[in-house]
Write a protein that binds this ligand. Structure first.
Ligand code: HEM
Ligand SMILES: *[C@@H]1O[C@H](CO)[C@@H](O)[C@H](O)[C@H]1NC(C)=O
Ligand SMILES: *[C@@H]1O[C@H](CO)[C@@H](O)[C@H](O)[C@H]1NC(C)=O
Ligand SMILES: *[C@@H]1O[C@H](CO)[C@@H](O)[C@H](O)[C@H]1NC(C)=O
Ligand SMILES: *[C@@H]1O[C@H](CO)[C@@H](O)[C@H](O)[C@H]1NC(C)=O
Ligand SMILES: *[C@@H]1O[C@H](CO)[C@@H](O)[C@H](O)[C@H]1NC(C)=O
Length: 319
């Protein structure tokens, strides 16, 4: 219907603005299909090379999505280096001497910039990289939603307060996820990411010396790796059997009191989430499908879209 006079013309413009505004604020799977179709293959190639070189890198890249999205939303803030005027998130307690994969993200960004300069955000690279890592480790594929833009700031104190600590009990973990719009069920599903990767002694020491809901035959050899004093950075696998394969073993571990972190064992400790753990331990397909959906849901936390933020040229600093 063509506008007949000035007023209906103005109305049409408002309708267009509204439709465009809503569309641009929405993440979509095809966001780069016209502007950078080669990005996906380029990203996957770097991810696979990094994992072929060191299998743990897949776990490290997966974790980056969690630590980015939980601090002011999925906006690439976790990738920013410190500046004289801004303390980045990299040295916040959950990240310091722990978060890895920044060099791989740099290599990906360089590849993607050479293909299509100034188009693909660092925030979206984190999301695509997490998915590709899970696939490379034998886990499920999911369709990522894209169109995020990059933050102009990092949030050191937000990283300290909003990323849950492994010392929390079940209700504390549920609250920290609820604060981000994620359910207790999402929490149990997403913690399945601990089917890959490793943790430092400092994060499991108290558990292997002091806790009672742990299999003694599991704790004993861990004490050799992680002494009562010293060796804070000594690593142990989060999944007892296959720390480089994305499978459902972590749920079987929980049922045998072989969760490495205090937090891991909370999900099978006589509480409300036991049945979900049991279900996933028997049904790897259900876990795989739920995991992809929960990653998409986590990826939807407060993205910057439209003209907010920017497309960083270097993921470590604002343009
Ligand atoms: C439920 C709350 C969670 C807590 C308390 C937690 C805590 C931790 C801790 C303490 C570590 C070991 C870090 C270190 O010792 O340096 C770790 C590692 C890891 N986390 Fe979580 N995490 C949680 C949820 C998640 C989620 C939702 C994901 C991703 C979807 C994730 C992915 C990983 C991965 C893959 C590793 C291994 C990283 C590597 O080897 O480099 N975690 N987590
Ligand atoms: C390969 O992995 C080792 C650690 O195992 C690391 O020191 C090295 O930088 C990695 N090389 C590349 C190109 O990623
Ligand atoms: C991060 O770790 C380094 C090396 O252990 C330490 O010197 C530094 O104080 C830590 N930073 C913060 C902010 O805790
Ligand atoms: C940093 O994170 C905290 C905790 O979520 C939040 O209250 C605060 O507004 C954030 N600061 C900025 C500048 O985004
Ligand atoms: C969980 O931890 C919180 C804070 O430390 C505490 O107030 C609460 O009583 C604990 N809940 C249970 C069920 O242990
Ligand atoms: C065991 O718990 C006690 C009391 O909380 C604490 O002082 C001690 O440091 C813990 N031991 C280890 C090895 O973490």
């Amino acid at each position: 219907m063509a506008p007949k006079n000035f007023s209906s013309c103005i109305n049409s413009i408002w309708i267009l603005l509204f439709v465009f505004g809503v569309a641009s604020a929405q993440l979509t799977p095809d966001f780069y299909d016209k502007t950078c179709p080669g990005a996906f293959a380029a990203i996957d190639k770097v991810v696979r090379a990094a994992i072929a070189n060191e299998s743990r890198m897949g776990a490290s890249l997966l974790r980056l999505q969690f630590h980015d999205c939980f601090v002011d939303g999925c906006d690439g803030s976790v990738l920013l280096d410190d500046t004289p005027t801004m303390k980045g998130e990299k040295t916040a307690a959950p990240n310091n001497n722990s978060l890895r994969g920044f060099d791989v993200i740099d290599r990906i960004k360089a590849e993607v910039e050479s293909l299509c300069p100034g188009v693909v955000s660092c925030a979206d690279i984190v999301i695509i990289t997490a998915r590709d890592s899970v696939v490379a480790l034998g886990g499920p594929y999911w369709t990522v939603l894209l169109g995020r833009r990059d933050s102009l700031i990092a949030n050191f104190s937000g990283a300290n307060t909003d990323i849950p600590a492994p010392t929390l009990n079940l209700s504390g973990l549920i609250t920290s996820f609820a604060n981000k719009g994620l359910s207790a069920s999402d929490l149990v599903t997403l913690n399945g990411a601990h089917t890959v990767g490793e943790a430092r002694c400092i994060n499991y020491r108290n558990r292997i010396y002091n806790e009672t809901n742990i299999d003694p035959s599991y704790a004993a050899p861990l004490r050799a790796i992680c002494p009562i004093t010293g060796g804070d950075n000594n690593l142990a696998p989060l999944d007892t059997e296959t720390p480089a394969v994305f499978d459902n073993d972590i749920y079987k571990d929980m049922m045998m009191e072989k969760g490495l972190l205090h937090s891991d064992q909370q999900f099978y400790n006589g509480g409300s989430t036991d049945s979900q753990v049991e279900g996933y331990s028997k049904n790897p397909e259900a876990f795989a499908a739920d995991f992809g959906n929960a990653m998409i849901k986590m990826g939807n936390i407060s993205p910057l879209t439209g003209t907010s933020g920017q497309i960083r040229l270097n993921c470590r600093k604002v343009n």
